[in-house]
Design a protein around this ligand. Structure first.
Ligand code: ASP
Length: 346
């Protein structure tokens, strides 16, 4: 009898020991199936900034559409031949930085001192490695410098002269601020300056499209990457750093949840850690990418009057592009090679 009792207790203990961890938690609510990447397919999503497009005439929009198309093509070609999502987002962003029509590289806004200061970040969703630079004034391709910070230092973010010293040490030639001279941006800087000095006489300067650029990719191996590059907001204070180079605020990628790049008034994105919040909702609340992105951009940010939008991508190839502004230029290309670009809500 005693032996039987001992055997029964042992059997019960064994049952508890081999029960899967977390089985109790799942009782009643089936766990959602993890997003499975479709092997061999790829996606590249980009934005060219959220903001007011009220004065965006066709003459102004066309060069932007042409530039984002060229950037999507550059990234698409890399992904189509089996290249990595990191290579694709970097290549696409370099095209945007060269274009002079977005708020990045040659199109970067001027600070109040009349000099462009740029921020950029890149993140690898497979390893969570990340690199960023902020307040650089002499770097033609801040996104590539951000990648070097990620791959060649043990740090995540380098700023100002320290970042530029590091660039020199890596063989990157520093360029003069004149390299970034952009007539339209200069005119807008002068208008802001006049309005600041004589608010009544100058009147309100015209509305600006924010124009930061972001790229997210899912490669054929199923890895996500995110990159954002910007000149920040118009007429910002020298030394001001926005959300774009802050991992989790304006840029984030994690294979376990999603990749996000933000655009808008960076201070709100920083305070709300927007990119990381969207991915955390996907990961812990098991909501769809679209719901997570919408809840943050169209509810949380709207309640605080935080203007902006995001692009978001998960490993199953779902894309979300919510924006609470008048417009946000964004484009998508998938394995079929077709590029679609939208600026306004349908
Ligand atoms: N988010 C950027 C910043 O605040 C600006 C933008 O999206 O255009 O620096």
């Amino acid at each position: 009898m005693r032996i039987r009792l001992i055997m029964l207790i042992s059997a019960l203990l064994l049952c508890f020991a081999i029960a899967p961890v977390g089985a109790g938690k799942r009782r009643g609510a089936p766990a959602p199936a993890p997003a499975a990447p479709q092997s061999g397919s790829f996606v590249l999503v980009m934005h060219g900034g959220a903001g007011s497009y009220t004065d965006a005439t066709p003459e102004r929009l066309e060069p932007a559409r042409a530039a984002i198309t060229k950037a999507l093509e550059a990234g698409r070609d890399i992904l189509a031949r089996g290249g990595s999502s990191l290579d694709a987002v970097e290549a696409a962003q370099r095209v945007m930085e060269d274009s002079g029509v977005f708020d990045a590289g040659r199109g970067a806004y001027y600070t109040r001192d009349g000099v462009p200061e740029m921020d950029a970040a890149i993140m690898d969703g497979r390893t969570l490695a990340a690199g960023a630079v902020a307040s650089v004034q002499h770097i033609a391709h801040p996104i590539s410098l951000a990648r070097m910070v990620m791959e060649r230092t043990k740090h995540v973010l380098l700023v100002g002269p320290g970042a530029e010293e590091f660039a020199k040490s890596q063989g990157i030639a520093l360029v003069s601020p004149y390299y970034f001279f952009n007539e339209r941006r200069w005119k807008s800087f002068q208008e802001k300056q006049a309005a600041e000095e004589k608010p009544k006489a100058g009147g309100e300067p015209p509305n600006e499209i924010y124009g930061t650029t972001g790229a997210l990719a899912l490669d054929k191996a199923g890895n996500l990457a995110a990159a954002t590059t910007t000149g920040g907001t118009t007429y910002k204070m020298p030394g001001r750093v926005g959300d774009s180079p802050l991992i989790g605020a304006g840029t984030y990628a994690n294979n376990e949840s999603c990749a996000v790049s933000g655009t808008g008034v960076g201070e709100y994105f920083i305070r709300n850690v927007v990119a990381a919040d969207i991915c955390a909702r996907v990961k812990y609340l098991h909501v769809s990418l679209e719901q997570a992105a919408n809840d943050v951009v169209m509810k949380e940010l709207v309640e605080q009057h935080g203007e902006g939008g995001v692009i978001a991508l998960d490993r199953a190839g779902h894309v979300a592009t919510p924006f609470n502004t008048h417009g946000m230029m964004h484009g998508v290309v998938r394995s079929d090679g077709n590029i679609t670009i939208e600026t306004f809500k349908p």
